[in-house]
Design a binder for this molecule. Structure first.
Ligand code: NAD
Length: 437
């Protein structure tokens, strides 16, 4: 395939070299004369294991050349990759100056080009940038319509500097954001020899995936370092602790707890987070990530309160209010915080949870609920239908099997706020939504 690659930095150089090695005919484009000359002399403008040899061989065999001329590159290719830089501005905002310029240049070059051209964006971009910035610029300057005169895909890059050639051939996954299967199939063809799972998804999802990955990786590193600092303080070997931690593939290194929903609660998580944060604070160890967890959790609770207030309705039915399905432990259940706040503001609340029998609560659990909602028995319902009757807003608080077909039971006017996404296939928007999905 004839491919042009815009931006010969870390990403562009590696994909230029590797795609040329795969047998494609590659033209690299950069605004830097120095980088173009380095590639054309058979050398790599970046230091990375193996890339020097790959570029040397590809240039000598005539499968890779570089130019500053956008039109020449577009005329000589059927697909173009965009890998220009997307740095931050001083305030952290994404700087899209290079993206803007390259889109205009490619658009102008496409104006008189015959045949369908595909543009594959690889630069890291916030969701919506491809559709709201790149496509309009390409359309304006090419005078062609996206989908007809040219096609667009967003294909995030997951390589890491230091092992980028290895990562090119061993990607953790391939994600293709595409408008249709035809554009996606072109990329599938280009990557046909690469291992790993391929996801074809809407462009905005593909854009977001890259940020989620990088933010999560940063959370992992920061978490490990804060735990390490604490372990050192306790005089224990953090690596031994983390070795055991990582061996737990049920709850720790696993998809557990990674679906956006509602706040955490219960008798353990909040208590144990506070104990560790207190220990860090009093021993002079800075652990801002661990110290932020309770605050972030409270923000999630506030999001639900705000969402309920936004509806403008006053009669609220809450289904499932222990901190998770199948338990009657009400201690630090985040829904209880919401109920307290709403009762203070004069809302009419109905609570229903099959697992909770107030008369049977004992010990710390009983004391907790009596302190927070003293007259809870008065607002509890004996059945699901009683809780649904007359409630203008229904909050699904946990995923008890009894709530599975709840959407069939609510009436048209009732607003459902679902904290657990009880029905994965239900159409969201309008009267049915979550607060974090
Ligand atoms: N570096 C990484 O490890 C890595 C990994 C994954 C994703 N990314 C993302 O990929 C993108 C590129 O990153 P990078 O590290 O390769 O950047 P880089 O700064 O090393 O290279 C960008 C190149 O684009 C060139 N350029 C700018 N405007 C141009 C234009 N109009 N036409 C042609 N070339 C132009 C620059 O001269 C430069 O050589 C960024 O969005 C980055 O976030 C980077």
């Amino acid at each position: 395939m004839k491919i042009s690659i815009f931006g010969l930095g870390y990403v562009g150089t590696v994909i230029s070299g590797c795609l040329a090695r795969e047998g494609h005919d590659v033209t690299g484009v950069d605004i830097s004369r120095v980088k173009v000359d380095i590639i054309n002399s058979g050398k790599s403008p970046i230091i990375e294991s193996e890339i020097g040899e790959i570029i040397k061989e590809a240039v000598s065999q005539g499968r890779l050349r570089a130019t500053k001329d956008t039109k020449e590159a577009i005329d000589n290719s059927e697909v173009s990759f965009i890998a220009v830089g997307t740095p931050n501005k001083k305030n952290g905002k994404l700087d899209l100056a290079y993206i803007r310029k390259v889109s205009i240049k490619i658009g102008e070059a496409l104006k008189n080009k015959k045949g369908l051209h595909t543009i594959v964006v690889r630069s890291t971009l916030l969701p919506g940038t491809t559709a709201k910035l790149i496509v309009p610029l390409l359309e304006k300057f090419s005078r062609k319509r996206c989908g007809k005169g040219f096609k667009i895909c967003y294909n995030p890059e997951f390589m890491r500097e230091g092992s980028s050639v290895y990562d090119f051939y061993n990607p953790p996954k391939t994600v293709i954001g595409a408008q249709d299967e035809e554009s996606a199939s072109l990329l599938r063809k280009i990557y046909k020899n690469l291992p790993g799972v391929t996801f074809v998804t809407p462009i905005e999802i593909a854009e977001m995936v890259k940020y989620v990955d990088n933010n999560f990786h940063a959370v992992k590193i920061t978490f490990a370092n804060e735990i390490g600092a604490l372990c050192k303080r306790f005089g224990i070997d953090s690596h031994e602790v983390m070795n055991i931690f990582c061996k737990d593939t049920k709850l720790n290194i696993s998809p557990a707890y990674l679906k956006p929903g509602f706040a955490f609660g219960g008798s353990c998580l909040p208590k144990d987070i506070r104990a560790i944060s207190y220990e860090a604070k009093t021993s002079g160890i800075k652990a801002p990530l661990l110290g932020s967890l309770i605050k972030s959790n409270q923000a999630q609770i506030k999001r639900l309160v705000s969402r309920i207030k936004e509806t403008g309705k006053k009669k609220i039915g809450i289904l499932g209010f222990s901190f998770k399905a199948g338990t009657d432990d009400l201690r630090e259940s985040p829904i209880i915080d919401v109920v307290e706040e709403l009762l203070r503001k004069g809302y009419k609340i109905k609570l229903y949870d099959r697992s909770v029998n107030i008369a049977r609560l004992v010990g710390a659990n009983k004391i907790y609920i009596e302190k927070h909602i003293p007259h809870i028995a008065r607002i509890m319902c004996a059945s699901l239908s009683e809780a649904l009757c007359d409630s203008e807003v229904i909050v699904i608080g946990n995923n008890h099997s009894e709530f599975k077909d709840i959407l069939k039971k609510v009436t048209r006017g009732q607003i459902v706020i679902d904290l657990v996404r009880i029905d994965k296939n239900a159409k969201t928007g309008g009267n049915y939504d979550g607060i974090a999905w």
